[in-house]
Design a protein. Structure first.
Length: 542
């Protein structure tokens, strides 16, 4: 029921005892938040006009896993129980008018991986339990009046004065609206009595102007943050790639025909997310088909919602999902297999072009930087292009593919939302004790390892943690860095460009997750390093 322009008040939902999911995001609802049943697991009410306070009993919904009530007009304090719900993993309270101080002894649930309290009127100290975040938790707190070492906070006066100003502005606005309506009614009545025809023609013209003013408001009437979010969501929801067909459902017979009945010659390999086959659709488009093993825990409706979400992720540097096939449906459950159909990317993985031991093409430093920037853009899109974002994307150099035009595309992203959680030992070719795998769920850490391989070659992925840390320490020595950096990198880089990337790499693979940079910071540094390198290459040619 999302994005349907539903308006009015919501009533009490507690009578719907078996309700588990409710998605009413992006409508025109303007009541207080309604009461919810105890069995509820997912609640999305963001981008409406809900007002009032967050009901206290929301902190007692022990089965709630995801709650998004951002971009409303909610006020009052935040119930501390929301953070400690036993099943909660995603909590988005951003862009409201929530105020007060957060309790310093707030406890966070073990599953809580994302918290957004940004752009409210919160003040006081930031709770230590939120600042000392785990490796898998993202916390956004910008745009408040919180004290401490947090960035992008307002002065305390901004939050303390906001309530009084908001109320007075609302009263003035309502009075103005009422007076304006009365004046308009009187004028319209007189116009109808005097000349109906003139009013009618004029009304058409005014309607056109009103329509134009509404359109203009979308570019000038909202905050920059809201416009940015709307842009990303729009890009994710639309095709964005004119050279590829829209995502659709395929029959199992179509896939058998595309792969010659899944002949062994079409088998490409397998990993934690299932077997891969190469095929060609009836239209002639080459594809890669992934067969995913699934448990019976998903209902058909729930799984299709997840697939629809994946299908919206279209980006120039993502391998696009073209369709899916669900084979083996018993009632409302999936009993057999699910196939995902992706575009085929022909020139192999980024890892192939990183080592001097390779018999083929080896990327120089500017080429490596170009690939890294493209992948950083893709990761930034995954984190911000949908609400909620896609994290835990298993970023690795052999998941970065290159097409016939050498454009990099990230694969294996977002699959955690439709596949069983599997231990790292389930990935073929990776040691069960691989120290990198323990931190693979952190995209920034994983991207740091991609940066490291771009500097020293893919052989580093087989090293022990102590060896890698010692290698990174060598980057701090002007005499030792040449011993570990790939010769082709040394021959084609300028010192300043390399230094920028080394610095951001060190930050990404920090053992302290809280000290790692954001993907925006990583992208900015890579673009700056590329600019420095381009300038140096130009000076050298002169």
């Amino acid at each position: 029921m999302s994005r349907n322009q539903i308006s009015g008040n919501l009533q009490d939902f507690t009578g719907l005892s078996i309700l588990e999911q409710l998605d009413l995001r992006e409508n025109d609802l303007d009541s207080d938040l309604p009461a919810m049943p105890k069995e509820l697991k997912m609640l999305f009410l963001n981008r409406n006009s809900f007002s009032g306070q967050i009901p206290q009993h929301y902190g007692q919904l022990n089965k709630l896993e995801q709650l998004d009530i951002s971009f409303n007009e909610l006020s009052g304090t935040i119930p501390s129980e929301l953070f400690s719900l036993p099943s909660i993993s995603y909590l988005n309270l951003g862009s409201n008018i929530l105020s007060g101080t957060l309790q310093n002894d707030i406890k966070c649930g073990h599953n809580l991986s994302f918290v957004d309290i940004s752009n409210n009127k919160l003040d006081g100290a930031f709770p230590s339990s939120l600042s000392n975040v785990s490796e898998n938790r993202v916390v956004k707190s910008d745009g408040n009046c919180l004290s401490g070492s947090l960035k992008h906070q307002h002065a305390v006066s901004f939050c303390t004065e906001a309530d009084g100003k908001t109320k007075s502005h609302r009263v003035g606005f309502l009075v103005g609206v009422i007076v304006g309506i009365l004046v308009i009614i009187v004028i319209l009545g007189l116009c109808i009595v005097v000349t109906c025809k003139r009013y009618y023609s004029k009304g058409i013209s005014e309607q056109h102007l009103l329509h134009k003013s509404v359109q203009d408001s979308f570019s000038a009437g909202f905050s920059s943050e809201l416009i940015a979010n709307a842009r990303y969501v729009s890009e994710a929801a639309k095709l964005g790639r004119e050279d590829l067909p829209p995502c659709r459902s395929y029959s199992f017979e179509e896939l058998k025909e595309a792969t010659n009945n899944f002949d062994n010659s079409t088998f490409l390999g397998d990993n934690i997310y299932g077997k891969l086959y190469r095929g060609k659709l009836e239209s002639g488009i080459p594809v890669v088909i992934r067969c995913i093993p699934l448990s019976k825990k998903y209902s058909i409706r729930n799984f299709k919602l997840r697939l629809d979400l994946l299908a919206k992720l279209r980006h120039a540097h993502l391998v696009s999902l073209l369709g899916h096939c669900i084979d083996g449906i018993l009632g409302e459950r999936i009993d057999s297999k699910v196939f995902l159909i992706y575009e085929y990317v022909s020139n192999g993985s980024f890892q192939t072009y990183l080592s001097g031991d390779s018999s083929g093409k080896i990327f120089n430093w500017p080429e490596r930087l170009s690939v890294l920037i493209s992948v950083a853009k893709a990761v930034h899109f995954l984190h911000t292009g949908m609400i909620p974002g896609f994290f835990k994307n298993r970023l690795k150099t052999n998941n970065i593919l290159l097409n016939e035009n050498w454009i990099p595309k990230l694969s294996d992203y977002g699959l955690s939302i439709i596949s069983e959680e599997t231990d790292a030992s389930g990935v073929k070719g990776e040691s069960p004790n691989s120290w990198q795998m323990k931190k693979l769920e952190d995209d920034i850490y994983s991207f740091g390892f991609i940066l490291l391989e771009a500097l020293v070659g893919p052989s580093m992925s087989t090293k022990k943690e102590a060896t890698v840390l010692n290698a990174m320490a060598s980057f701090n020595s002007q005499d030792d860095w040449k011993q570990i950096v790939e010769p082709v990198v040394q021959a084609t880089c300028c010192k300043e460009s390399l230094s920028i990337v080394v610095s951001i790499t060190n930050k990404c693979i920090s053992t302290e997750s809280w000290s790692r940079p954001s993907i925006e910071d990583v992208l900015w540094n890579l673009q700056y390093a590329y600019q420095v390198q381009t300038t140096a290459d130009g000076d050298h040619r002169i």
